[in-house]
Design a protein around this ligand. Sequence first.
Ligand code: PGA
Length: 255
Amino acid sequence: MRKKIVCGNWKMNTTKKEAVKLTSDIEGGLKDIDIEVVVCPPFVYLEVVKNALSKVNPTLSEKCGVKLGAQNCFFEENGAFTGEISPTQLAEFCSYVILGHSERRQFLKETDEDISKKVKGALNAGLFPIVCLGETKEEKAEGRRDEVIKRQVSQAIEGLPKEEASNLVLAYEPVWAIGTGEVCDVSLAASAIKIIRGIIDKHFGFAQNISVLYGGSVSSSDVEEFAREKEVDGALVGAKSLDAEEFIKIVKTFK
Ligand code: PGA
């Protein structure tokens, strides 16, 4: 279902103590917010963050919409896959899972095919996948943005039943904008998101029901324009999600 979502991707950051403090600070600052807020700590802190969320006030997490997400999952349900974590295991803790992040595509050599299998596994387990898409600096320079996005979306949704696809969330994250401080022009982000919606529409006929976020060097100082753009349903925030005050400001901009 289409809704406003702001998701914090903590990546490989925080100690256990910092994760708990960050969680309480974020939740404490978002008491009256009714948009979906998701925090994605490292796997090893999912349980403490989950406990910290409900500790602030057992009813608060529901009211302010702070949900828990993971940063990745494997595609099989269980078995001999050393070091991997299954979507079914995650579903005991999380509502969301980030899939296909460019850092995983780049450093862990994840392919479109891997991501497609992970999307199916996550949906089967009842998780909402946040699927990341976006072109690299080279692909942008070669004028291949649209082609890259089209390929990534089409592969991610390949073979998905229509009923399950409505639980997808997509995030346009130009790789050149991630962690660089170089924010994408809002009109460029909007045109990329239109392409994404176009493909979803062609396959399933309901692109207007799906949330598409923007990610890449999002901060409170430049997020306002994104919040005003009707194609953008929220943000996937990296570095600035580690700063509770910044993250809260970003969330409130989408209110
Ligand atoms: P950034 O990361 O906000 O630090 O650029 C965004 C992301 O990787 O999702």
